[in-house]
Write a new protein. Structure first.
Length: 642
């Protein structure tokens, strides 16, 4: 296994600092996340209330924005309820001149007394001519009387009645010169009444000219009229224009004067003006929006909408509930939220935001939620889930920090073991090579007699075998690094004979090491499929491990066969044994169990790792067991011979 990245070439102190830093970072992150989880639990319903208020605020803001878009749209926000009103945006729509009221009762002035005498003359049966003379006498004797317009009107009426058209024309000329149109009786201009009284007595051309003159005065707003009788009001939920019967009769009489007055454009303009003034009185001020957008006014239980477009003002009344429904239909409200615009049919739920007026101030709403408790419950559950996630994430950070730190430690230790392995292998390779070279040199130079030459050749062979095993260990280490298994070449083998030969080799090897190996076999088969060389290496490694770590002395080698096809090989020593917590770790590359004084015995540290690799390749396993009488250790290897 390669060292942890970034640690191979670093000094030991630097590596230890990294290990501690990673562990501290993991634990610090875990504590921060756990603290965050604890703070969430302390917030409780306050966080849910804040969240509900935030959502309600977003709903209110989106409603205000959408209402602004509705007001800027060319189409009205809702269908009209009743008549639609329209007028020229540049038309003069102010009130007519203030009325100078002259129609009071008998005042006792000289002029009033003379008019009363004229009335009595007419009533006594003297006829209209005598009455006309009496009125003309009054006009002549008191030229500055306040009630002079009444005298002029009465004189014109009497002159027409007696068919004195010339006198009537002269009197109307006086009225036209003296009156400005404000003087009124019952709110109607005396000048208009004088013209209407004169008209039937004139020739058609004169009558048309008179009608045109009066129409221009009317259209210009220079004649006093009872405009307050025109009304715009909501009836049965619909906006209606109720025209003044008096004004309508005056218009009809004026139309009789000739074709000029009957011009349809002027008639329509007059009616439009009257409707607009009546609407203005109904809402308290005349709607005259300056921008091309819908403006709003309160109109009883309805909302008046007015919009200026292309020099015209268009107004209509709408039901507030329909406006609210139109606005709500354009909003993507969160679940369980609704807008309440008041009135009947309010949506279910509880108010979660105070009533808020929309632009224009005539339409207001409050935000409702169908089930706030359910909202709070859902947020509590989400808060619990979030707390749980933070706790799990904190534990994960702690675990990841510990795991990463452990990997760094393991990488550092593995790097140290690799360095020790390279140093040990170099030393172990140099020793047999030096022995082989020395003995070969002595043989070549004839320094060894014939009686000792045989021992030299045997020693050279033993050292060469030792060298080969070291090279095989290095090759096996390379395969372990690459994650490859041990290559096997199985063949049918006489297992009993193979074990006897192997036991004899190992007994001699143990004897040279100053120990004694006792071998025993039980029911070994005459034939089995195995790799002789690989199995020999595995058993040699087990015996070498016992010689290095078992304290010398006696070593046991046992073999038995278990049906249907399992070969069990065990190597036992009388040493200090292997603690239970380390029995699995000893099979890792470079691992060394702490076994007393021999815990630092020389070697590559790959022996037991190679044994496990060979056992696994044979379809078996290897494990460490306690000694049969509780002393030492037993390494048991099981192989499948099928």
């Amino acid at each position: 296994m390669a060292p942890f990245p970034g640690t191979a070439g670093a000094p030991i102190a630097t590596r230890r600092w990294r290990e501690a830093s990673v562990l501290a970072a993991g634990l610090g992150s875990a504590l921060a996340l756990l603290a965050a989880a604890a703070s969430l639990s302390s917030e409780g319903d306050a966080a849910a209330e804040i969240e509900l208020a935030r959502l309600a605020g977003e709903v209110a803001d989106s409603a205000a924005r959408e209402w602004e878009r509705l007001l800027r749209s060319p189409e009205p926000p809702a269908a009209s309820a009743g008549e639609a009103f329209a007028w020229d945006a540049g038309a003069r729509l102010g009130p007519r001149p203030s009325v100078e009221r002259l129609e009071g009762g008998e005042s006792g002035s000289a002029f009033d007394l003379l008019l009363s005498d004229a009335r009595r003359v007419e009533l006594r049966g003297a006829g209209p001519a005598a009455a006309l003379r009496a009125v003309l006498d009054a006009l002549e004797r008191v030229p500055d009387a306040p009630r002079r317009p009444e005298g002029l009107l009465r004189a014109i009426q009497l002159a027409v009645e007696v068919e004195d058209v010339a006198a009537a024309r002269r009197l109307f000329a006086d009225a036209r010169r003296e009156l400005d149109g404000r003087e009124a009786r019952a709110g109607i201009s005396y000048l208009l009444l004088c013209g209407l009284a004169l008209g039937p007595a004139l020739e058609p051309s004169e009558r048309a000219a008179l009608g045109r003159e009066l129409a221009e005065l009317w259209d210009g707003g220079n004649l006093a009229l009872p405009e307050g009788e025109d009304r715009a009001q909501v009836i049965d939920g619909e906006l209606r224009f109720l025209a003044s019967a008096t004004v309508d009769r005056l218009r009809e009489r004026l139309a009789l004067l000739g074709p000029a007055e009957a011009d349809a454009t002027w008639l329509a303009r007059d009616l439009e003006r009257r409707r607009a003034l009546a609407l203005g009185r109904a809402v308290g001020e005349l709607p005259a929006p300056a921008r091309e957008r819908w403006e709003t006014w309160a109109l009883g239980e309805r909302v008046l909408l007015a919009r200026r477009s292309e020099g015209r003002v268009h107004a209509r009344a709408a039901d507030p509930r329909e406006l609210g429904a139109a606005l709500a239909s354009r909003l993507a409200l969160p679940a369980d939220f609704a807008l309440d615009f008041g009135g009947a049919g309010a949506p279910p739920g509880e108010p979660v935001r105070a009533r808020q007026a929309l632009a224009g101030g005539v339409l207001a709403f409050e935000v409702r939620h169908r089930a706030p408790e359910r909202f709070f419950s859902a947020r509590r559950q989400r808060l619990v889930a979030l707390r749980g996630a933070l706790v799990l994430l904190g534990l994960f950070c702690a675990f990841a920090g510990a795991l990463t730190s452990r990997a760094l430690v393991r990488g550092r230790r593995l790097g140290e073991l690799k360095s020790a392995f390279i140093a040990g292998v170099s030393h172990d390779l140099r020793t047999p090579l030096s022995s082989i070279l020395l003995m070969a040199e002595n043989l070549a130079e004839g320094r060894v007699g014939e009686e000792r030459a045989g021992r030299y050749y045997a020693s050279i062979r033993r050292e060469a075998d030792r060298l080969r095993r070291l090279v095989d260990d290095v090759l096996d280490f390379s395969r372990l690094e690459r994650g490859e298994g041990a290559p096997l070449s199985r063949e049918e083998t006489d297992v009993a004979r193979f074990f006897d030969e192997l036991a004899a080799e190992l007994a001699a090897h143990a004897e040279r090491a100053g120990a004694r190996l006792e071998a025993r076999a039980e029911g070994l088969p005459a034939s089995g499929s195995l790799d002789r060389d690989a199995l020999r290496r595995a058993v040699w490694n087990l015996v070498d491990n016992a010689l290095k770590h078992g304290g010398g002395g006696e070593i046991g080698l046992a073999a038995r066969f278990e049906a249907p096809s399992t070969l069990v090989l065990e190597v036992a020593d009388r040493g200090p044994g292997i603690p239970a917590r380390e029995r699995e770790a000893v099979f890792a590359p470079f691992a060394r169990a702490g076994r007393g004084a021999n815990g630092a015995a020389p070697g590559t540290g790959l022996g037991l790792a190679i044994v496990r690799q060979i056992a696994t390749a044979h379809g078996g396993s290897v494990q460490v067991l306690a000694g049969e009488d509780g002393v030492g250790a037993r390494l048991s290897m099981r192989l499948d011979l099928s």
